[in-house]
Design a protein around this ligand. Structure first.
Ligand code: PGA
Length: 254
């Protein structure tokens, strides 16, 4: 541990919430009020894409929760990376477990999306995580390794500078059962080892890994202190301005 302050990234994933624009505007305004600007923290709000342009007018870092692998074309309902970028997104969450589960996204689709997002100039938050910890460690570690390796296929070392990996064990997402910081530390090291094997040790050492899955103000400190991660991907707790504000304050301790 160094005494030097490190840059912490907090990504708020609103998912398919809230239901209307006025509610979303209220939440955004409340978060902006409770989230003062700290130099060592980047806060990225990822609202539903339809609200993005309304928020970019107000300012702050924004992300989109998914992009399609083409920028334009006959793909009804899809959102291209360049579109998201043009309405204010600078980050893209890609490969979230809910999209993998409900929208049938495969590692190959995720890989195509990562490439498209990077080409459009978005920073990518690539989500990975095992379905369960049952069975032997090699099996679930292998699952995560595959998600990382295929997701980053074709990503150059230079572009890797715009990639962040969010380790989100699927059983911990939306569940009230967060991982332990100790096990997150193991997985963060394992992900960096995978990056070292794919690229080199130098990039791996500073490669940003986030933890996500029932992160909240009660466990944020432990994850940031002992989990070997550079920040958090926050779902439910980011829908409550006060709770999220507390997480930001805690992140400022590091
Ligand atoms: P959660 O969601 O914090 O509500 O568990 C996290 C996520 O899905 O990114």
């Amino acid at each position: 541990m160094t005494s030097q302050k490190r840059k912490i990234l907090l990504v708020a994933n609103w998912k398919c919430n809230p239901a209307t624009l006025p509610e979303a505007q209220r939440l955004f305004a409340a978060i902006k009020k409770t989230v003062p600007r700290y130099n060592n923290i980047d806060v990225v709000i990822c609202p539903p894409a339809v609200f993005l342009s309304r928020f970019s007018a107000v300012g702050g870092k924004l992300g989109v929760q998914d992009v399609f692998w083409e920028n334009t074309g006959a793909y009804t309902g899809a959102i291209g990376s360049r579109m998201a970028r043009s309405v204010g997104a600078s980050y893209a969450i890609i490969g979230h477990s809910e999209r993998r589960e409900h929208m049938g996204e495969t590692n190959e689709m995720v890989q195509a999306k990562v490439k498209a997002a990077l080409a459009a100039g978005l920073r990518v938050v690539l989500c990975v995580g095992e379905k369960s910890r049952d069975g032997d460690a090699a099996a679930y570690a292998g699952f995560v390794k595959e998600e990382v390796s295929v997701g980053l296929r074709g990503v150059t070392k230079q572009s890797l500078g715009n990639v962040i990996i969010a380790y989100e064990p699927i059983w911990a997402v939306g569940s009230d059962e967060a991982d332990t910081p100790e096990r997150t530390l193991e997985m963060a090291l394992y992900i960096r080892k995978t990056i070292a094997d794919l690229y080199d040790r130098t990039v791996a050492q500073t490669f940003p890994v986030l933890y996500g899955g029932s992160a909240n103000a009660g466990n944020a400190r432990a994850f940031l202190r002992d989990g070997g991660v550079d920040g958090l991907l926050v779902g439910r707790a980011s829908l409550q301005a006060k709770e999220f504000g507390k997480i930001v304050q805690i992140a400022n301790e590091f």
